[in-house]
Design a protein around this ligand. Structure first.
Ligand SMILES: [Cu+2]
Length: 114
């Protein structure tokens, strides 16, 4: 009888410790996820770039942009979604602009052009 009580106590302790450990892990993961989501969804990034190509129909523009520190990006040429016609009108191939963009789905969307 005594032995079995000790065994039960050991199991309880082991299980309790395991649960606490799992909870800690979950807490870590949750705070990490929140950070990622913030970086991905919330932030507006700024870049300076030269317009290389405009596809008004698709609502896309290709920029040869300078490094973007907030994303740790080197200079590169890439496409951005530009859905707002007023923004597209501010772009012209060969023009150097300062623009703002956010992450959207798998790509990036321009939200402002200076
Ligand atoms: Cu890029």
């Amino acid at each position: 009888m005594k032995q079995s009580a000790t065994f039960t106590l050991l199991i309880t302790l082991a299980f309790g410790a395991g649960t606490a450990f799992a909870a800690d892990k979950m807490g870590d993961m949750r705070s990490m996820d929140m950070g990622d989501q913030k970086a991905m969804a919330g932030a507006t990034h700024k870049a300076v770039g030269v317009v290389k190509e405009i596809d008004a129909k698709a609502g896309m523009a290709t920029f040869a942009h300078e490094p973007v520190k907030s994303l740790n990006w080197p200079a590169m040429t890439m496409g951005f979604a530009v859905k707002d016609k007023a923004l597209l009108d501010k772009l012209a191939v060969g023009k150097k602009v300062e623009f703002e963009f956010v992450k959207e789905g798998k790509g990036y969307a321009v939200t402002g052009v200076k």
